[in-house]
Write a protein that binds this ligand. Structure first.
Ligand code: FES
Length: 156
């Protein structure tokens, strides 16, 4: 199915939560310190949202510029980053960012990941970083720049 294949280069990100569902995310609407948006990639030509696999669920957030390390910066659109939203511990959907404004927290068992540092583990029980989806900023949208880097989801 076209809607369950992984994000493709050139796909546009659309909201699942945090904005109008299936609407294109305008980077200007993503602010530092807000809860991360849950998003899916969409084929810009057919407008098909690739929501057929939960491994396509994305966490999208804008980070404080000072907290974005060099090798993450090149994968971000300005300071907006996209990561796999599926926790690498046991597969819960991650939905929170903590008071640092750059660490994602999984509410199931508290795993914490540094979104400014390629999704590195800050705190377990997860033992593997989050996969990052490289972005570039288009005109009023966020575009997938390359395939996911890293393995998706919990260990199988
Ligand atoms: Fe996320 Fe356990 S599933 S911490």
């Amino acid at each position: 199915d076209a809607n369950s294949i992984l994000p493709q280069i050139g796909d546009t990100l659309v909201y699942l939560t945090g904005g109008t569902k299936d609407e294109v995310i305008d980077p200007a609407d993503i602010k530092v310190g807000e809860p991360p948006k849950l998003a899916y990639p969409m084929d810009p030509k057919t407008k098909e949202v690739r929501n057929g696999s939960r491994l396509n669920l994305l966490l999208v957030a804008r980070l404080p510029a000072d907290d974005v390390e060099k090798d993450t910066e090149s994968l971000a659109a300005d300071e907006i980053v996209a990561y796999s939203a599926v926790c690498t511990h046991n597969g819960c959907v991650i939905s929170d960012i903590n008071e640092t404004e750059h660490e994602f927290v999984c509410n199931c068992h508290g795993s914490t990941f540094d979104a400014g540092n390629r999704g590195a583990i800050v705190e377990g029980p997860a033992t593997r970083r989050l996969a990052i989806l490289p972005l570039k900023e288009g005109a009023g949208e966020l575009t997938v720049a390359a395939d996911f880097i890293g393995r998706l989801g919990p260990p199988r």
